[in-house]
Design a protein around this ligand. Structure first.
Ligand code: GLN
Length: 199
């Protein structure tokens, strides 16, 4: 924490980490790129960006970051978007793949048919989400679908009947890309978690 600004890392091995850095700064954080376990140690929370989860997983092992990341998540908040949500889930299908297992959700990769591969939608956040003042513009890019939500997890917003923004304790996942729109509310929600966790 610096001048009341939480220091939030963005996993910068692959994917759209730069856009997350900008979105975190807009929402009031001090963003830093994380590529090593030492850098991970220095942050109060972490964003795992969108990208290609299989590639990210390989790089996590190659950089010896898989176990440090799991340990980090046992104590500090992680926000996973799209590929990041896939990495945080307990179980991953289509195809099956190893994951950090930090959130009790089941995800199916690349779950929207080809026609709907990528699109922009408007979400009405649920009453409990603290995001209720206006719809959220959601950009989906080869997104997974969250097929199962465990008892400890809470759905904050859905699209076409499927959960797309889910929290569980200190962690948050989105199957869309809030870093690609100007609306800072989803990142701000994560910063609230980082601040609460630091208390
Ligand atoms: N399709 C990618 C995967 O399965 C995720 C897409 C994204 O992060 N935008 O890893």
């Amino acid at each position: 924490m610096k001048n009341g600004k939480p220091k939030v890392g963005v996993l910068a091995l692959q994917g759209d980490f730069e856009a997350h850095g900008k979105a975190l700064a807009r929402a009031g954080a001090d963003p830093v790129e994380v590529r090593t376990a030492a850098e991970l140690d220095s942050v109060d929370g972490l964003v795992i960006p969108g990208g290609e989860s299989t590639t990210m997983l390989k790089l996590l092992h190659y950089e010896n970051l898989f176990e440090p990341l799991r340990a980090f998540g046992a104590a500090k908040p992680i926000f996973g978007t799209c590929a990041g949500a896939i990495l945080l889930a307990n179980d991953v299908s289509h195809p099956r793949q190893e994951s950090l297992g930090l959130m009790d959700i089941g995800v199916q990769r690349n779950a929207y048919g080809r026609q709907l591969d990528s699109r922009i939608a408007r979400l009405e956040p649920g009453e409990e989400s603290r995001l209720t003042d206006a719809d959220i513009e959601a950009v989906f890019i080869r997104a997974p679908i969250i097929r199962r939500v465990g008892g400890q997890a809470r759905v904050l917003a859905s699209y076409a009947g499927d959960p797309v923004l889910v929290e569980q304790g200190r962690h948050l996942v989105a199957t869309f890309h809030p870093e690609l729109t100007e609306d800072p509310r989803v990142h701000a929600l994560f910063l609230d978690k980082v601040r609460e966790n630091g208390r």
